[in-house]
Design a protein around this ligand. Structure first.
Ligand code: GTP
Ligand code: MG
Length: 717
């Protein structure tokens, strides 16, 4: 393949709801660019994009796939994304490397939740979008319903560039009001003829042309003047007005498409070449917040947006040249780790088809192999360059489960497999929780995790189980209490002796220092001598005071006492969960001239702390999450009543184009499999995000249940 200039590259992400027809559209684009001679089909399991066993098995895209095609001296890098929200990770990384998107809206469905979700994300990432109504040849294709739904949701942003003459199985023509031509297709290979608009379509076409021109003029002052002057705009002027409106997210030009019959594909490609931004001059953000323009004369730097382990090839790194030129054989460095790598080969990729290329310029996307240690999200630089591009921010997980190998012998292998899964798909989060003694696996939905499970079972041939994840509870206290404990042992030779008196109090951020306490009706005044503050790994704090007077305990035993307290903090007295936010005052004790040692004081402290804790109004705390649910208005009632059964606190509601946005706080314990429930309550039409907010005390009845469950568990062990 030849090397393309930055200005002759278009990086386009294909978006749309499940089964909108993205993969087949990509197939047709590659056919038009002569990258392939025959178009594969989904049912035939032979498309360039859905090229993995798991995608073919499921007849849907699961990974985002890089494809290329060459058309009108332009190289298109196409990223075909999965329509299911469960696999949204690839959409986010595509936004990092693509300058524009094409949104397919299924003519049999109209606007779907997927359309909504991905449009919103594209706008957030400031990507101009071209809309195309797909599957117009389908027997259930309904142009008017689809157009109504689009106008209903996006209003005046939807601007018709084309409309179909005969949607449905006989679909073979559409009218293009930018070109003011009718395109008629003679066969299913995209052979088209440009005809004059038939007399019976003239009025409709002229009205829509006028709307298109006015809309194009609206987004540019100069064009507005020309329009007022002449009452019309040229084709080029309309394009430039559309381009300006698309850049602002104010215009979604609408096209007609049937990928099955290869109708409309070429026109969308032509329009994209003329109207969608090339990477020239596009600013990319560095980690430090500064921006660097895409420029092939700059220093060489590539951004790794995806890595994958592929059959026969090993580790493949997919990248975008962010600056300068990348050449075969080039030495590059990861400026953050200092790791040195060599680019042994550069490929343009159309799924598994790879074309070698000796040089790739800024803006272009490709892949390479045999890099030793790169990860998704990293930057590699040539000489005299230290760019580190800001890595893609992926959405927070919304489905959480525990996973284990059926045979504990396989634990280590499972660990390796999960680490790899996480590296390849940054929306998979694996956490080996010491606290819960479980491997916690999180992802974007139950389906997302089930696909991973299928892969581990069938490809890695490892037997695994998904089980309910435990909740990382915390324990704390609500009032002051004290306790003393004497550890004494006399067996044979040397004995053990240590006695510790301590007082504990809840820690509240910002509360003033205090040395006067009332415990069991008695006043106590402590002499605060030493204070140590420990932020805890699991959140919250431990404040440790030395209040020993008159040498009751030697200073050399204080670290052992702290250790004893800390040990009990990691295994709270109520349920064995971590304890947090406690002030501990060591105010008295006793030593034995011979028998006292560190172990004795550690044990004494541990037990004294445990006793005091139990008297100090102990409480279990649970993690609370902020959730934001996007629900179609007609499902709101069901979603709300379900939330009420989950101890949720509704915090706000707002509406946005047919959808309600609901904000709530909800305990993690009530979120198990929520994504699945929400999906079944709304037939997959809702979506949500969740983010950890804080720890809060559990209600008394929940605390009772947890205490009982812990007791039962203890007995079992
Ligand atoms: N009649 C007709 N069917 C189509 C057309 N495009 C796609 N299909 C069918 O619609 C189904 C989904 O097509 P895909 O191309 O896999 O859709 P997708 O958007 O990639 O789907 P996901 O990757 O699962 O999100 C398949 O059965 C296709 O054969 C079209 O233009 N006309
Ligand atoms: Mg697909």
């Amino acid at each position: 393949m030849k090397t393309y200039d930055t200005s002759n590259v278009r990086n386009v992400v294909l978006l749309g709801g499940p089964k909108a027809g993205k993969t087949l559209f990509a197939e047709s684009m590659m056919f038009e660019g002569k990258v392939i001679e025959r178009r594969g089909t989904i049912e035939g399991k032979n498309t360039m994009s859905d090229n993995t066993e798991i995608e073919q098995e499921n007849q849907r895209s699961i990974y985002s796939t890089l494809l290329y095609t060459e058309f009108m001296d332009t190289k298109f890098n196409i990223i075909d994304t999965p329509g299911s929200d469960d696999f949204v990770g690839g959409v986010y990384s595509a936004f990092t490397v693509c300058e524009s998107g094409i949104m397919l809206v299924n003519a049999t469905q109209g606007v779907e939740v997927g359309t909504e979700i991905f449009t919103r994300q594209a706008l957030k990432h400031k990507k101009p979008l071209t809309f195309a109504v797909s599957q117009l040849d389908h027997e259930k294709a309904d142009w008017h319903m689809t157009l109504d739904s689009l106008k209903n949701v996006y209003g005046a942003k939807i601007v018709l560039v084309q409309y179909p003459v005969n949607p449905g199985p006989s679909f073979d023509a559409f009218i293009d009001v930018l070109k003011m031509k009718m395109y008629h297709f003679k066969d299913e290979n995209g052979t088209r003829e440009e005809l004059d608009i038939p007399a019976d379509q003239q009025d409709e076409a002229k009205t829509l042309q006028q709307e298109l021109i006015e809309k194009a003029a609206e987004n540019d002052e100069k064009l507005m003047e020309i329009f007022f002057d002449k009452g019309t705009l040229t084709e080029d002027e309309v394009r430039s007005g559309l381009k300006a409106g698309m850049a602002k997210g104010e215009i979604f030009p609408l096209f007609c498409l049937s990928s099955k019959k290869n109708i409309g594909v070429k026109r969308i490609m032509e329009f994209t070449i003329n109207t969608a931004p090339s990477p020239v001059g596009v600013e990319n953000e560095l980690k430090d917040g500064t921006k660097v323009k895409t420029d092939s004369t700059g220093p060489a730097a590539i951004y790794i947006y995806k890595t994958a382990l592929e059959q026969h090839l090993g580790d493949v790194a997919y990248f975008k040249v962010m600056s300068g030129k990348l050449t075969e054989g080039m030495d590059i460095v990861n400026p953050e780790t200092g790791d040195k790598e060599r680019i042994s080969a550069i490929y343009a990729a159309a799924g598994k088809k790879r074309d070698k290329i000796s040089e790739m310029r800024a803006g272009d996307i490709g892949c390479t192999v045999k890099l030793k240690s790169v990860k998704q999200g990293q930057t590699l630089c040539g000489s005299n360059c230290e760019y580190v591009f800001a890595p893609t921010k992926f959405p927070e997980p919304k489905f959480r489960t525990a996973i284990k190998a059926k045979d504990p012998k396989d634990d280590e292998r499972l660990g390796e497999i999960l680490n790899r899964a996480q590296a390849e798909d940054p929306t998979i989060v694996v956490e080996y929780s010491k606290e819960l003694k479980q491997i916690i696996l999180s992802g974007q939905g139950e389906h997302h995790i089930n696909i991973l499970k299928w892969k581990i079972n069938n490809i890695d041939k490892l037997d695994i189980e998904l089980i309910a994840p435990k909740i990382p509870y915390r324990e704390t206290i609500t009032k002051v209490a004290n306790a003393m404990y004497r550890h004494k042992k006399q067996s044979g030779g040397a004995g053990q002796f240590g006695e510790v008196h301590l007082l504990i109090e809840p820690y509240v951020e910002g509360a003033p220092e205090n040395n006067k306490f009332k415990v069991d009706g008695m006043d106590m005044t402590l002499n605060l001598k030493g204070k140590e503050e420990y932020p805890l790994e699991w959140g919250g704090k431990l404040i440790y005071y030395n209040c020993i007077v008159g040498g009751a305990i030697d200073a050399r035993f204080m670290p052992a006492i702290l250790k004893g307290v800390m040990e009990k903090m990691t295994e709270g007295p109520l349920t064995g969960s971590y304890a947090r936010d406690i002030k501990v005052y060591i105010y008295d004790g006793k030593m034995h001239p011979v028998d006292s040692n560190e172990l004795s004081f550690k044990l004494a402290a541990r037990n004294a702390f445990k006793e005091a804790f139990k008297k100090a109004g102990p409480k279990i705390m649970e993690p609370i999450y902020n959730i934001e649910i996007t629900v179609p208005s007609d499902c709101m009632g069901d979603v709300m009543s379900d939330l009420q059964n989950r101890r949720a606190l509704i915090e706000g509601m707002s509406s946005e184009a047919g959808f309600e946005i609901l904000k709530a706080r909800i305990p993690l314990a009530e979120l198990y499999r929520y994504s699945t429930t929400l999906s079944s309550l709304t037939s997959g039409r809702a979506t949500f995000t969740m983010k950890f907010a804080e720890y809060q005390q559990v209600p008394a009845n929940v605390q009772d249940e947890l205490l009982k469950a812990y007791e039962a568990e203890e007995k079992e062990e």
